[in-house]
Design a protein around this ligand. Structure first.
Ligand code: SF4
Length: 383
């Protein structure tokens, strides 16, 4: 029973589509959602019997979406009970569920907490109503405040709040008020993402049509600096590009993704990294359900991860963490065909003050973390 495993379950429904959202989610459809739950359970039971997971214990489960909390507590706990029956669980397993304000009440949250969910991640995004409206969120700031307090009352002692900043027309003062209020509420964990404009979203379309401009780089830096300064003064340690936690509350599930640990993802569009392969489930929700109904699972793509690619991915994801990676460890685990090219690149990044070399570890500077996307592209292009 060595080598822990993580499990991700995707619940793809929301009340409406937020303007920035590129996640695999659609408007809630009750009849289809019942078939989706049944398909998800078919996959859980199937993978629980698979040789791929024999001898493994689940160390984390993450129910994400979409909005898992759109389902009733009984529906969610039914899925969780099946996970308990199908997989071996490690002691102290972390079980996270994403929830949105407006989809939870005391009764539901109390049942979920008692049923074993021990970490709640709430999509608040802002405590300013004008930001929420601009983002197309389905709740107000007041509903978000109440949802947080209700979750505490229900017994959740490990909570994350998600935020987005550097929005079109957002002022620094507005973001500062949101941060102050978040700090005052005192969750154990905060995620703060700078807005990115994704193709296929309402924001993507509006941006193409010149309907808004984004803060320029100098403003972006001011937003970033304010975020880091305020959260670190309040006792939240930045441990990843966009994630901050009080000591002992970093998200173990997400740390697994950034540390090349294996995970199984079930549900439409979910990805897995298992037995030196990456595979993904069909993204189209109806197609996923039909395929599972017909064949018991719905794999869309599957590719082997060779040593070179595994090394590059370990670097890319690992460099999202503020403590970086152990370069020697990665190269020992995944020998690279041409490690010298990588070393030269690192030297250049050190010269540009993007990277800090502290053998055997390497990590990105605050500026490097801001430019992580560019760095990731250059590492991938090394093939
Ligand atoms: S609630 Fe989350 S998953 Fe749903 S539409 Fe909004 S951003 Fe997307």
């Amino acid at each position: 029973m060595n080598r822990p495993l993580s499990l991700y379950l995707h619940f793809p429904y929301c009340w409406s589509k937020c303007h920035y959202c590129a996640f695999n989610s659609i408007r809630y459809d009750k009849p289809q959602s019942l078939r989706l739950l049944s398909a998800l359970k078919t996959e859980i039971a199937r993978y629980g019997r698979s040789p791929l997971v024999q001898g493994r214990r689940l160390s984390t489960i993450f129910m994400g979406g979409g909005t898992p909390s759109i389902f009733t507590a009984d529906q969610i706990l039914d899925v969780l009970d099946l996970c308990r029956a199908s997989f071996a669980w490690a002691d102290g397993i972390e079980i996270t569920m994403e929830a949105n304000p407006g989809t939870v009440d005391l009764k539901k949250l109390t049942a979920l907490r008692r049923g074993g969910i021990n970490r709640l991640s709430m999509g608040v995004q802002s405590f300013q109503d004008d930001d929420l409206e601009r983002l197309g969120r389905a709740h107000s700031a007041q509903v978000a405040r109440e949802a947080f307090r209700t979750a505490r009352e229900a017994g959740f002692k490990n909570m994350n709040l998600d935020f987005i900043y550097a929005l079109p027309e957002q002022r620094l003062e507005g973001w500062e008020k949101t941060l102050d209020e978040a700090i005052c509420l005192g969750p154990e964990h905060l995620s703060a993402y700078a807005l990115t404009i994704e193709e296929g979203t309402r924001f993507g379309e509006d941006y193409e049509n010149g309907l808004f401009v984004l803060p320029d780089e100098d403003w972006q830096i001011r937003f970033d600096d304010l975020t880091q300064a305020k959260l670190s003064r309040a006792g939240y340690m930045r441990y990843e590009v966009s994630n901050y936690a009080r000591p002992g509350y970093a998200c173990r599930h997400n740390l697994g993704y950034w540390s090349q640990r294996e995970y199984l993802g079930l549900g439409p569009g979910a990805h897995s990294y298992l037995a030196d392969r990456r595979f993904s489930k069909m993204e189209d929700i109806e197609a996923y359900i039909r395929e599972v109904e017909a064949r018991g699972e719905a794999i869309e793509e599957s590719e082997p991860i060779g040593s070179d690619l595994a090394a590059r991915e370990a670097l890319i994801f690992g460099l999202r963490k503020t403590d970086g990676v152990c370069l020697d460890g990665i190269l020992k685990r995944y020998p690279l065909s041409d490690p010298d090219r990588l070393q030269k690149m690192f030297e250049q990044w050190r010269w540009d003050e993007l990277m800090i070399l502290e053998p055997p570890r390497i990590r990105l500077s605050p500026r490097g973390l801001r430019l992580w996307d560019r760095i990731a592209e250059e590492i991938i292009a090394l093939s």
